[in-house]
Design a protein around this ligand. Structure first.
Ligand SMILES: Nc1nc2c(ncn2[C@@H]2O[C@H](COP(=O)(O)OP(=O)(O)OP(=O)(O)O)[C@@H](O)[C@H]2O)c(=O)[nH]1
Ligand SMILES: [Mg+2]
Length: 478
């Protein structure tokens, strides 16, 4: 093998000054090199400034805040549906496994409840402590028996969707007290975790929001879960329509329609082998967020005239464990980079406790969180937009006879209707902003149902204008 001189760098040979260089030649060479360096440094600096200016000028940042289940991720989906419709449509099928699991869990909740009633009826055959008055027909018991294999599908879906060894998982839905089995992996609420941690995600920059945990499914049409749902269709429909089932749920104050991920009124369509989620189905799907998602997009040309500006919407997990230490010091480091905060307060939760802490009322938690956002000095120059969300559920609750004044005593003897209630809440939330904001700030408050596509489109257009206006004001000040 020929030996070569591998110690010598061939570039050295080229760049090394000639050995016979005169003094005059040397000074000319040094001047030329210095000039070249100055030009190169100037180009580098210009590029740096350009990059910085681009960051400041053409990037609009909107941060979504609010307690868990307040509707942050749903609002993000609405932005996607409206402003990047092609991408939203392409991702619809990815949600099918999440929707299947939401659906199967609603059925399990009913089956577990019926089984519990049946068990307690057998245990206290001679006593009549109220619940035994429900006559569970053989037909109904046979239906619940036939639906028990759905548990298997639930386990398969959970395994598919929930990463193993995850600590951050809450109980199923808002009524963990009904779940008879002890807390286990199958009772976990499914969630999306973007990247390894929110710092990393945010600092690394853009990350397209996808239901990553649902990402590998859906394309295979139909999948196993859908085949089982198809075969269980008659029993699921019979179960949900059964008057005894409805009476038991009512007696136990289980209002399934108000729980996230409720699809039982659409069983016929959703159990079809050819089922593909509609826009509305995707908006209703419940997938808890853990960590921080930054969704980066340019408005598609078809979606509006401001295409070109880059938008970043930051969606955070809202459960208490995500806000610790209370309320949100760990989020503070990116507060100054945002143009506006969209705060969601689900006002239908006035009679509900937090899923993660049954001792805390949801409305009270929202009010405290809003107060800390309003008074936070780091956010003093950030526009705050408030969504009094889940107005559809609030309306249904008030119409069903639940009295707001029983839970919010200061509501007094006002009329128990949606209009009066939302006016009252608007007044309360705007007073908190007035009282606690470090400088006077305009109050932007909207009554919303962010799952509703028709009403939300107009409101998001107004929010877009507020955010853009604030962005222009900031860039003029720079
Ligand atoms: N009926 C109704 N349901 C809503 C509304 N807003 C959100 N939801 C549903 O409530 C559930 C929770 O909404 P998400 O958007 O996942 O809540 P989130 O604030 O992102 O919650 P975390 O990720 O846990 O912080 C979903 O199933 C939504 O479809 C609303 O205005 N009305
Ligand atoms: Mg979320």
């Amino acid at each position: 093998m020929p030996k070569g001189n591998f110690d010598r760098d061939p570039l050295d040979d080229v760049l090394r000054p000639p050995l016979d260089e005169t003094n005059e030649e040397r000074s000319i060479r040094l001047r030329t090199e210095e000039k070249a360096k100055r030009v190169s440094d100037a180009i580098d600096e210009a590029l740096r400034q350009e990059r910085q200016a681009a960051r400041k000028k053409d990037v609009v940042r909107l941060l979504l805040l609010g307690q868990s289940e307040s509707g942050k991720s749903t609002t993000l989906k609405q932005f996607q549906r409206l402003y990047t419709p092609t991408a939203f449509r392409e991702e619809r099928h990815l949600w099918r496994s999440v929707i299947q699991l939401n659906l199967v869990r609603s059925i399990r909740l009913i089956v577990d409840t019926i089984s519990e009633v049946h068990r307690s009826a057998i245990l206290s055959e001679d006593e009549s402590d109220g619940e035994e008055e429900f006559q569970l027909s053989d037909k109904l018991l046979a239906i619940t028996d036939r639906l028990k294999p759905l548990r298997h599908i639930e386990n398969i879906l959970v395994t598919k969707l929930v990463p193993p060894n995850e600590a951050e998982a809450t109980s199923l839905g808002s009524r963990p007290d009904i779940i008879s089995s002890s807390q286990s992996r199958k009772d976990q609420e499914i969630f999306v975790r973007p990247g390894k941690g929110w710092h990393g995600t945010l600092l690394r920059g853009a990350r397209s929001f996808r239901p990553t945990s649902a990402g590998s499914t859906g394309l295979e049409t139909p999948d196993d879960a859908q085949c089982v749902l198809d075969s269980c269709r008659p029993d699921m429909i019979a179960l949900w329509r059964n008057p005894t089932v409805r009476a038991i749920l009512q007696r136990r104050k289980v209002r399934l329609e108000e729980l996230p991920g409720f699809y039982l009124n659409d069983l016929e369509r959703m159990t079809s082998l050819k089922y593909v989620p509609s826009d509305d189905d995707v908006l209703k799907a419940r997938l808890k967020t853990v960590g921080v998602c930054e969704y980066k997009f340019h408005l598609e040309a078809s979606a509006g005239s401001e295409s070109g500006t880059e938008w970043r919407i930051i969606d955070v997990g809202g459960s208490r464990s995500q806000r610790r230490p209370f309320p949100f010091p760990t989020w503070a480091q990116f507060f100054d980079a945002v143009n506006a905060i969209l705060f969601l307060a689900p006002i239908s939760g006035f009679d509900q406790a937090l899923a993660e802490d049954r001792s805390v009322n949801r409305l009270e938690d929202s009010v405290l969180l809003w107060k800390s956002v309003c008074s936070n000095k780091l956010l003093a120059n950030v526009e705050l937009v408030l969504f009094l969300n889940k107005c559809d559920l609030l309306d249904a609750k008030l119409k069903s006879g639940i009295r707001l004044a029983k839970y919010v005593r200061s509501f007094g003897d006002r009329s128990n209707d949606l209009d009066t209630a939302t006016k009252y809440f608007r007044g309360k939330f705007s007073a908190i902003l007035r009282e606690h904001s470090p400088h006077p700030r305009k109050f932007y408050g909207f009554c919303t149902s962010v799952t509703d596509t028709s009403t939300t489109a107009g409101i998001l257009a107004i929010v877009r204008d507020i955010v853009v206006r604030e962005h222009l004001r900031k860039t003029r000040l720079l």
